[in-house]
Every structure is written in C-alpha cells, then in structure tokens.
Design a binder for this molecule. Structure first.
Ligand SMILES: [Zn+2]
Length: 491
C-alpha cells in the first residue's frame, strides 16, 4: 500500500459516519479486497484471515469440548433432499445457487444446490449413521463456506453471497436432551462472543414469523452496533422431529422400538462475527482486536540512529526471542518510513502492544511499552518486560469486555407506549416493551412496527424471566400483553 495512503490513516470519525469508517477500515487495514468480479463475493486478505483462523480454532475447541466431532460434507445437495422438508425448501429456495450442468454440456438429472446450510445433506446421511440409542447423542460439526443469493445490500464480512461459518447438528433420543443442547449452544455463544471476542450480545427467542425455516423454535444472539442497529450473530434451532421424520433419522431404543431422533442445529457465522467484532471494538484510529485474536500481538520497534544501530537491533532481537515463545511478535525494522508512520500504521491495524527501543532506553536499561486499548505509553525496566507483557496479555481483553458490556446496558430503554418506542429507536437504542404475542397472532403488530417505525421485533429474552405485569398493554394494538419484547433497527 502506498505510504501516503496509510499516513492519512482513518480520515473519518466512527460516530460521524460509521459506514464510511467501516469501508476505510476494511481497505486501509487490508482486510478484504472487493474488486473480485462477482457481485457479493469478496477476497479475504491475510490480516483478516489470521484473526478469523484464530476465531475458528477457539470455537472448534469449545465444540469438541462439548462432545462434537468434526466432519466435512460435500458442498452440493440434490434438489430431492431439499424438497423433503416443505417449510425449509420454501424458506431457502429464493436464495439457492443451483448447479445444473457440467462444462461438457451434460445436463444433470436433477438440480444441485450449492449448500446454503447443510441440514438436508447431513440428515440424509444421519439416517444411515444413527441406528441405535447407543449412537446417541450424535454430535457433529463442520467448518465450511455456504452460499446464499442475498438480496439486501452486501458489506464485507457482515453480509455477502458467500460466508464462512461453523454448523453443528446434533441428534438426541429425547426432547429434553435437545432443549438442553440449545441451552449449551447459548452458553458456548456467550463464552465465545462475550468471553473471547468482547462482543456484548442478548439471546432472543425469535417470534414465530421470524424463525429458521423448519424449526420449532429459533434462538438468536443480537449484538448492538454503534449505529443503534442490531446484527444477528449465532443462532441455534430446536428442530425437534421436523427433519428426523422426513429424513428417516431413527434409532432402535432400549425397548426395541424404532423412534425418531430430536435434532438441534447451531450456526455461528465466523466471518460475520469478525465483521461485528471489528465494527464494535474499533475506534477513530482503526482496529482494536482482542489480544488472542490479533495477527501480530507485539511489534518491536527499533528507534534507530546511525551510530547506535547495531546495539538497538541486537536489543530488539533479544526482546523478540524472549517474547515469541508465547506471543506473535514481530520486529518492524523498515528504514524507508518514519517512526511516526510506523506507529500510526500498527495502531490502525490494531496490534495490542508496541515496544520501542532507542539508544536512550538502552542506556537506562529500559524500553517503552505502548498499549493500543488505553493509548498509553509507559517506561518498563528490561528485567520486567516479560512480566509486564504477561500482565497486559491477561488484562487486555478483559478491559475491552468491561468497556463494551458497560456500554451495552445503557442502550436498552423501557418503553410503555408506541411513542416511547419511537423515541428510543430515534435515539439509536433498543426498546424493551410489552407486546401482545410472539405467536402468529402478533405478526400484524410486528409489521406495523416495521412499517411505521422501520424497526423489528427481535423476540423475547431467551433466559425467559421477563414477563409483563397484569395490566400491561401491547404498545401497538393496546391489547393484553403476553410478552416483553425487544424492538430495534437491524442490519
Ligand atoms: Zn399487539
């Protein structure tokens, strides 16, 4: 990238124009290249991919720890599989990319879907793999790409026609076990998104009209962006026997009888979580990344003057050797750009720690350590470097989390009337309010919310403790409120 460009840094304030800020982050930090010549398809570049791989690795570990085994499924699904579950095919049909012929002109007997999600590929095979109660629970996941012909405006990482995710599909012998899995999926989501990625979320049970095609219930995590819009992050679905019956996912139970399994599926979209993470954590200077996810965690910066060059470089090498055992460490010894330029560039790219070493520091047996999260620089004695870095590594993500979670709580406001809801939405907040119903009866009121407030009923809080009081009325129709729902603008 041209030096001039990076020196300019991010030229717009995040609060002033979020959309332009995000575009600049993606371009100037070299996260994605949008010039690929199919609309909605982008190239992910190394600085993004290195973080995304670290996210995958954390997520895969969490799934394996809870009994999931990895597999890799074909990316093509025959149309006949698709048609087995009626509401699923109806929900996904408009977004499917179909493969219909080979290059030599051979037309396929049936159309093949480029998987938009893998239920109909997996459960066909699950009917062969699951035979006995001894096979249950049967828990598998795959890390893969999926393709959906997205009609809404695409934005790199957030929404594209191809995205990268993990999908976990589990079969149980009882409905209780399946429900417990949905709870475990939610716990894993909190552990990952809030615990590791510093993204505050709320889990909602989605209204009937907004659930996954073919599910009994859908539970989805929403994160709130600075713009006041929420974005849907991982969702988990209780499919019950809706798929096991048409696909024949059966097992011989202890009593010798054939029974249908109860299925759950869980889909954290890693590329979208990455987009949400950089959008939520970043500031006017650029990226801020959780410590574990930064492609480079520590950059060592020799402050070189000709006569002390060797001494300074030797010291930097020693520091790198000391730290690279535990951390992704890099020396930036470029001499064709100024120190100020390098500082700005690494800050923009979200490297958590910068260590500066100059001749004066060597004299004093110290280094300067800069933290990206606090924007502060401190002098640290050479003998204390490792201990100091260990402390920062431990604190860094905790610090981001504290800041984000604190901010999130202030963004939810209670509303009693439609006016209150409008006011909350206008001031970029989430409204919490009494609402008639999240069954199909409530759909009419929800479409009023959409039409008149340009916002969406996101559902009821999944931990289920919030209930309206006796005389609470639906903010839209004035009828008796059965639920407390959250209303927000959404991406
Ligand atoms: Zn109503």
């Amino acid at each position: 990238m041209a030096e001039k460009e990076v020196q300019a840094g991010i030229t717009v304030k995040k609060d002033a124009d979020f959309s332009e800020w995000y575009t600049q982050i993606v371009q100037k930090c070299e996260l994605a290249d949008l010039r690929y010549n199919i609309k909605g398809f982008v190239c992910y570049l190394p600085w993004a991919v290195r973080s995304i791989k670290k996210m995958y690795s954390k997520y895969e570990k969490a799934l394996e720890k809870t009994g999931h085994e990895p597999l890799i499924m074909p990316s093509l699904i025959p149309e006949s599989n698709f048609k087995l579950e009626a509401s699923h095919v109806k929900g996904f049909a408009p977004e499917v990319f179909w493969v219909t012929e080979a290059g030599n002109g051979v037309k396929f007997e049936e159309r093949l879907a480029l998987r938009p999600t893998s239920e109909t590929a997996l459960y066909k095979m699950y009917s062969l793999w699951v035979q006995s109660y001894k096979d249950l629970p049967f828990k598998r996941y795959q890390s893969c790409q999926v393709w959906r012909y997205e009609g809404k405006m695409t934005r790199p990482f957030f929404r594209g026609r191809e995205f990268h995710w993990i999908e976990a599909h589990d079969v149980f012998s009882t409905e209780e076990d399946a429900k417990a899995q949905v709870k475990e999926d939610m716990r894993i989501t909190y552990d990952m998104l809030e615990g590791e990625f510093a993204i505050p979320i709320i889990f909602f049970q989605r209204p009937e009209w907004d659930k996954f095609a073919g599910a009994i219930h859908t539970y989805a995590a929403d994160a709130l962006m600075k713009s006041g819009k929420v974005i849907q992050l991982p969702s988990t679905h209780l499919l019950g026997q809706n798929f096991s019956k048409p696909f024949g996912v059966k097992f011989k139970d202890k009593d010798g009888e054939d029974k249908y399994g109860y299925i759950t599926c869980y889909g954290p979209a890693i590329s979208r979580i990455y987009g949400a993470m950089i959008a939520i954590l970043g500031d006017d200077k650029g990226l801020i990344l959780p410590f574990d996810l930064a492609p480079v965690q520590i950059v060592v910066m020799p402050i070189i003057f000709e006569k002390s060059k060797n001494e300074v470089m030797n010291k930097c090498e020693k520091i790198k050797e000391l730290l690279e055992q535990k951390y992704d460490t890099k020396i930036d010894a470029r001499d064709d750009v100024s120190a100020g330029f390098k500082f700005n560039e690494w800050e923009m790219k979200g490297v958590p720690i910068r260590i500066e070493v100059g001749p004066k520091d060597i004299e004093k047996k110290q280094v300067m350590i800069f933290r990206r999260d606090l924007g502060k620089k401190i002098a640290v004695l050479e003998k204390d470097i490792e201990k100091t870095i260990d402390n920062i590594a431990e604190e860094f993500t905790e610090n981001l989390k504290k800041e984000q979670l604190g901010r999130f709580n202030d963004l939810i406001v209670d509303a009693k009337t439609k006016k209150d809801v409008e006011k909350a939405i206008a001031s970029q907040k989430i409204a919490r309010c009494p609402f008639c119903s999240i069954d199909m009866d409530g759909e009419k009121c929800a479409s009023m919310v959409e039409k008149e407030i340009q916002a969406f009923v996101r559902g009821i809080k999944a931990d289920g403790n919030e209930k309206p009081r006796n005389n609470d009325k639906c903010v839209i129709c004035g009828g008796k409120a059965k639920e407390i729902v959250y209303i927000a603008k959404s991406y």
